[in-house]
Design a protein around this ligand. Structure first.
Ligand code: ADP
Ligand code: MG
Length: 629
């Protein structure tokens, strides 16, 4: 090999940090380096196959794509060589000197504080750099298909790497790991064979292991043979009954770069008007970028078993972005691009079908309460987005939601809408819910006092997304939803003439008091009304049926949005001793102090900041001071 002068480069800061963290926190999973390197080799084969569709010359006469593993005991090396696409010098610098993934810096910061990082870092997909867990030095020799010039990259994983130009006859990438002291276990054919079977059995190209066999007679030198150690058939192309659960799981581990098992999966072959195979998984935990705009999502797309792209986002809606998997189509064109995917009618039809599949899979999972608890904790909030995003599946998604309700005091998310409806007592027409800053706050909300008293169950909502979600969900199985914090509850409407008359009289009797309150709170509330929903609290704030609720207001205000300046209605419990006191107050000042107090308390109950907290404290204390000792 002729070489030009060596250059030394520094790793991007994030790479240094990641290397450091990874070597320490992934040590107990160190064997995954082989999975990662074989996965890269398989990707490289996929990419070459794809480019060669247009330009057969890229095969350079060798279309037999594979990975070769060999061991050099004397030099304490494992060698992983592929004849895939290879890399140019620029590719090498970009791919093996930086981390392109968005959110890396943020992620590393997160990792910094936690003790057991292996789960997190596993989700991140450690890739090539995992070689340094077992290797004290890594050498990469690579040449891109069709190029003349090869590149040699070399590093000890300590902040720097060397680059030099080389000649390389064979296209593709050869990676040599010089093992650290104590890692000799990997210098064994037996061990490598075991690892390939465990992690890479179903990558789509053959993994060949160089083996030494004893010669015919004792004097003969040993014979070198290449043995195919993996199954070599892409898992999804096999029929379901030929695949064991363990195989499905291990395929997921390499597809999702995840150590943990998936919660569930669904594997389907569709034939007829459309012809495709899909294999979808629900991961065991949410990835760190689930809520990032740029977060990785989408399925791995193949057309007639040719890899087309990672993360094709067009096959599932946003609210199912946590699902990982593969879709392999017979009908799409091999030239399909992202732009085409976005407009293609077949893709639209596939998306519809895959969405149904995915929801069906989640529905099946929901039969297992324990598993579904995990699912809900990890992905429940994302699934809620579907209520507003996917009207055609709204009822199905609503059936998959889990709630805390006033029925149980544990505030755990285990109740369903179907269960709620089943428990509805005679006379209850609506599904009641209340929204607050947390489920616990919702459970103590004054808005639901009368509902609780009547024995009506109330769904307690406390997630940020809930008010948005409920603005799209108006009914479920013919039962209308009713927000306990908005409009009139219209319970126990007076029926007989007598009742009506009594009601009118009560309204009339309350009028002077309401007038008094209204005057005091003129600039704060739009109206003061006699409440039918309070039993214990003196007052609460109520929004109109079609107004934004307090939760949404707070969220939008925090996001810097100007809110329409509509004021809430103050509802008061005229039978409450405090209201009676206001009615009979000895002076205007006293009436005003008490009125402000109940108004401020209603705000507090709603989780809204007081405009004058110090004033509130002062008033309250001066009133408390009058209490007999
Ligand atoms: P990922 O595979 O998730 O992209 P890796 O760290 O495993 O991350 O690899 C980084 C990049 O390096 C790959 O995306 C690829 O472009 C390049 N690469 C790694 N190994 C090979 C290989 N054997 N052949 C060609 N390119 C490779
Ligand atoms: Mg990789």
């Amino acid at each position: 090999m002729t070489t030009t002068a060596k250059e030394t480069h520094s790793f991007q800061t994030e790479v240094k940090q990641l290397l450091n963290l990874m070597i320490h926190s992934l040590y107990s999973n160190k064997e995954i380096f082989l999975r990662e390197l074989i996965s890269n080799a398989s990707d490289a084969a996929d990419k070459l196959r794809f480019l060669a569709l247009e330009n057969d010359a890229l095969y350079e006469g060798d279309g037999d794509l594979k990975v070769e593993l060999s061991i050099n005991k004397d030099q304490r090396k494992i060698i992983i060589e592929d004849n895939g696409i290879g890399m140019t010098r620029d590719d090498v610098v970009a791919n093996l000197g930086t981390i392109a993934k968005s959110g890396t810096a943020e992620f590393i910061k997160q990792l910094g504080d936690s003790q057991d990082n292996s789960q997190l870092i596993g989700q991140f997909g450690v890739g090539f750099y995992s070689s340094f867990i077992v290797a004290e030095q890594v050498d990469v020799f690579t040449r891109k298909a069709g190029d003349e010039q090869g590149t040699h990259w070399s590093s000890k994983g300590e902040g720097e790497y060397d680059l030099e130009e080389i000649e390389k006859a064979k296209r593709g990438t050869r990676i040599e790991l010089t093992l650290r002291e104590g890692e000799d276990e990997f210098l064994s054919e037996w061990r490598l064979r075991e690892l390939v079977r465990k992690y890479s059995d179903h990558v789509g190209i053959p993994v060949m292991l160089e083996t030494e066999k004893p010669g015919e007679s004792e004097d003969d030198a040993t014979v070198i043979e290449w043995e195919k150690v993996n199954d070599g058939q892409a898992l999804w192309t096999k029929s379901k009954n030929e695949i064991s659960d363990d195989e499905y799981k291990s395929f997921y581990h390499s597809l999702g770069h995840d150590f943990a098992d998936p919660l569930t999966w669904v594997h389907n072959r569709v034939e007829g008007r459309q012809d495709y195979t899909s294999l979808l998984y629900v991961p065991g935990s949410a990835p760190m970028d689930l809520y990032q705009r740029e977060g990785a999502r989408g399925l791995k797309l193949y057309v007639q078993r040719v890899f087309i792209m990672d993360r094709a986002e067009e096959f599932l809606p946003m609210y199912l972005r946590f699902i990982k998997g593969v879709v392999d189509s017979k009908d799409l064109s091999l030239n399909v691009s992202r732009e085409i995917l976005q407009q293609d009618q077949q893709v639209t039809a596939m998306k519809k079908a895959l969405t149904k599949r995915a929801l069906g899979m989640i529905s099946t999972l929901s039969k297992d309460e324990e598993q579904y608890k995990t699912f809900w904790k990890e992905f429940g909030e994302v699934l809620k987005e579907g209520i507003g995003e996917d009207m055609s599946n709204q009822e199905k998604i609503a059936g998959l939601l889990r709630f805390a309700t006033s029925k149980n005091s544990h505030f755990d998310y285990t109740e369903t809408l179907d269960g709620y409806i089943e428990r509805m007592p005679e006379g209850q027409e609506h599904i009641y819910y209340v929204i607050a800053d947390s489920v616990k706050a919702a459970s103590a909300s004054p808005h639901i006092e009368v509902l609780k008293k009547k024995g009506y169950e109330v769904i307690l909502l406390g997630d940020r997304i809930d008010e948005w979600m409920m603005s799209y969900l108006s009914e479920y199985k013919d039962k209308k939803f009713k927000n306990a914090g908005k409009g009139d509850l219209n319970l126990d409407e007076p029926q007989t003439d007598e009742e009506k008359k009594a009601e009118e009289e009560a309204d009339k009797a309350a009028e002077p008091l309401l007038e008094k309150l209204k005057k005091i709170l003129e600039s704060d509330v739009s109206a003061v009304k006699r409440s039918h929903r309070l039993t214990d609290s003196p007052a609460c704030l109520v929004r109109g049926e079609h107004e934004l609720g307090e939760q949404m207001r707070k969220i939008m205000e925090a996001a810097g949005q100007a809110m329409p300046d509509t004021k809430p209605t103050l509802e008061v419990n005229v039978d409450h001793p405090l209201l009676k006191k206001i009615g009979e107050a000895s002076s205007d000042e006293r009436a005003e102090a008490l009125t402000r107090l109940i108004y401020d308390q209603a705000r507090i109950a709603e989780g809204i900041e007081l405009s004058d907290p110090a004033g509130y404290v002062k008033t309250l204390n001066s009133l408390l001071a009058e209490l007999p000792a």
